[in-house]
Design a protein around this ligand. Structure first.
Ligand code: FAD
Ligand code: FES
Length: 261
């Protein structure tokens, strides 16, 4: 874990309320693995007091990339940062994705900003046979990866209002991939809103497909000190709780107690 004052290289709007930021931090970049996250102090001083967590979306040379949606106070401050501004970053944090074996075909299932860690994973796997499925509310939310300078990834898109790609949910796309290739061994990697994760996990369970989920939770410290990010484990696992910041954010779906999430 490294704490560094990093220089923002760019911070640009790429979709509705959605920004793509790069900041220079060689040491964090060198240690970063897909699925890990950083805690960012969006402004110096004590307002806001808490750092905000963001998945690592990728790396480019010595620049670390994040993709974020403006949802409140901290992300609004972040969206006003300019190239050359300094920002305090702690990372990389948490446990990332376990890579699938060669014989297993990866399927990324992203909902909204859940696309961020899956971009990093997908680029790192660099598998020609991987499926990348991304669901959004409306077309204005769709993150155009080509505008991010990300080449070689073109997710199949679903929008709930039908304004781009498949009209419906990203889980419809998942059902369709799974129904057209019955003999293939798959592994599912997913990140997004909880109801979507619940559906993806149900589909994976029904077909006996291993599924890794990247969870979001409210995080005060990001390093295991506050206990604020505890999630309940399924009863057959030892220890009642796991901490999203240290044991995750990526978990095998079967470890968690989905009834109380
Ligand atoms: C491991 C991890 C990785 C994340 N990766 C990304 C990412 O790549 N891109 C991205 O846009 N967001 C990501 N998030 C969520 C992001 O941290 C929150 O959106 C951000 O902290 C909100 O800060 P704020 O001050 O703008 O919101 P606040 O003003 O604090 O709150 C505004 C709204 O956002 C909700 N919120 C606040 N914190 C979180 C949180 N940690 N998770 C979910 N909802 C929250 C609040 O309940 C409230 O409804 C991640 C969260 C975690 C835990
Ligand atoms: S965020 Fe503090 S223990 Fe996980």
């Amino acid at each position: 874990m490294i704490e560094a004052s990093t220089e923002i290289v760019f911070n640009k709007r790429v979709a509705r309320n959605t920004f793509f930021m790069g900041f220079r931090s060689g040491p964090i970049v060198n240690a970063a693995k897909p699925g890990q996250f950083v805690m960012m102090q969006v402004r110096s001083g004590i307002d806001p007091l808490l750092r905000r967590p963001f998945s690592i979306c990728g790396v480019n040379g010595d620049v670390l990339l994040i993709l974020y949606r403006v949802v409140g106070y901290g992300t609004a401050i972040l969206s006003e940062k300019k190239p050359g501004d300094l920002i305090q970053v702690l990372g990389p944090l948490g446990k990332g994705f376990k890579f699938p074996e060669k014989a297993v075909q990866p399927i990324m299932v992203a909902g909204g900003m859940g696309i961020a860690p899956l971009i990093f994973l997908s680029l790192a796997l660099a598998r020609k046979d991987q499926h990348f499925l991304a669901g959004y509310g409306i077309s204005a939310d769709v993150v155009p990866l080509d505008q991010l300078g990300i080449v070689g990834l073109s997710p199949a898109i679903a929008t709930e209002d039908g304004s781009q790609g498949h009209h419906g949910r990203v889980t419809d796309l998942l059902d369709s991939v799974l129904s057209t290739a019955k003999e293939t061994s798959f592994a599912i990697f997913t990140c997004g809103p909880l109801p979507m994760l619940q559906s993806v996990r149900r589909i994976a369970l029904g077909k006996n497909i291993p599924c890794q989920v990247s969870l979001e939770s409210t995080m005060a410290c990001g390093v295991g000190a506050c206990q604020g990010c505890a999630v309940k484990k399924a009863s057959r696992f030892s220890g009642a709780y796991a901490h999203v910041c240290q044991d995750g954010p990526v978990f095998d779906a079967g470890i968690l107690d989905w009834e109380v999430m």
